[in-house]
Design a protein around this ligand. Structure first.
Ligand code: ADP
Ligand code: MG
Length: 324
């Protein structure tokens, strides 16, 4: 029973970055626009603080139970997914592999509540504490009972890099939100609210300035694309990981669309250079099939050729702006 639970949880939570993924997505689902992540790799500790709508006492008690979710009310919700989480696995899986503590206050209550959970996800203690509206989730002693997993994740610097990369993706998907990352208490990523995607990219890629980038938006029927692309001559420094596709505010890997971006740049980019291009698509929910494993980034689109054509047209438009 305990072993089965550990195996299942380990599939969802396989690294510190997976904890960050689940908790940041919960914060976004809670309407937060200020999200601060603390990482103490050597202590196997991760903390996320948000200013979202908080968790009520009755829900807090149940929050880490298997399949506890407030997000899926009807079966048809499954096909119209707006929230990032929906399976009620996140907090439960974290509780199984770590010491889970949640401090949360809703706007309605004057004090916060602190809840602690055991490794089955059952509530261990609940007490009133001081705290601002919002939620602070702390996972510590991560993988304490999984020495093999810990050995596999022994490179703390690599873990921290993955967390930073993940957070940058959420920050690009939500340019108007504040995101921060602290590593052992030291701020390593500080992204205040940006006016738009282009400004957000400039916060992250500090070697670029305004004139190196173009923002293009294009819509056709019910599909729209917003992309920010680098001036071809300035793309040399951009590594391959700055070709990014987002669908309905989620980072995804989609080889056909990535190829469409390369095609769009083909004639203008010199050999060996990688396009800098952040592509954000808004597509009707019924055209998007999310692969439902939380860790998987693949997505299936009903209209890939049309979307690819839209992307290529947007890049062509952006390149016209660069013309001397
Ligand atoms: P899911 O996200 O799939 O619903 P989780 O286990 O990740 O499942 O979270 C369980 C529930 O706890 C959520 O449905 C939500 O009601 C509540 N919750 C979790 N994190 C937060 C948060 N940061 N702010 C508000 N509510 C939260
Ligand atoms: Mg969740």
């Amino acid at each position: 029973e305990a072993t089965v639970r550990l195996l299942a949880a380990g599939e969802v939570i396989d690294s510190p970055a997976a904890v960050v993924r689940e908790l940041v997505e919960n914060s976004l689902d809670a309407g937060a626009d200020r999200i601060r992540v603390g990482l103490w790799p050597e202590l196997w500790r991760v903390q996320i603080q948000d200013n979202g709508f908080g968790i009520e006492a009755s829900e807090l008690a149940m929050a880490a139970h298997a399949h506890a979710t407030s997000k899926l009310r009807t079966l048809s919700d499954l096909w119209q997914l707006r929230t990032l989480g929906f399976r009620g696995e996140g907090l439960h899986s974290i509780a199984v592999v770590a010491q889970l503590e949640i401090v949360s206050a809703t706007g309605a209550s004057p004090t916060a509540l602190r809840a602690r959970y055991d490794h089955t996800g059952a509530l261990q203690s609940l007490e009133a504490v001081a705290g601002a509206p919002g939620t602070v989730v702390t996972a510590s002693e991560l993988f304490d009972e999984q020495p093999v997993r810990r050995r596999f994740l022994a490179d703390h610097k690599a873990q921290a890099r993955l967390v930073a990369q993940l957070l940058q993706r959420y920050a690009l998907a939500h340019p108007g939100h504040l995101f921060e990352l602290a590593h052992d208490g030291r701020k390593v990523l500080q992204l205040p609210p940006a006016a738009n995607l282009k400004q957000r990219i400039l916060q992250i890629l500090t070697q670029y300035d305004e004139h190196d980038l173009r923002e293009v938006t294009l819509a056709h029927q019910s599909r729209s694309v917003r992309l920010v692309m680098g001036l071809p001559d300035r793309c040399s420094r951009a590594r391959a990981d700055w070709l990014q596709i987002y669908v309905n505010r989620r980072f995804v890997r989609h080889s056909e669309l990535e190829q469409a971006v390369r095609t769009g740049f083909e004639r203008t980019l010199r050999r060996g250079r990688h396009p800098l291009c952040i592509v954000q698509l808004e597509l009707p929910a019924e055209e998007v099939d999310w692969n439902r494993h939380p860790a998987k980034l693949e997505v299936q689109l009903a209209a890939t050729p049309q979307v690819a054509a839209l992307v290529i047209a947007a890049i062509a438009e952006g390149l016209r702006h660069f013309a001397p």
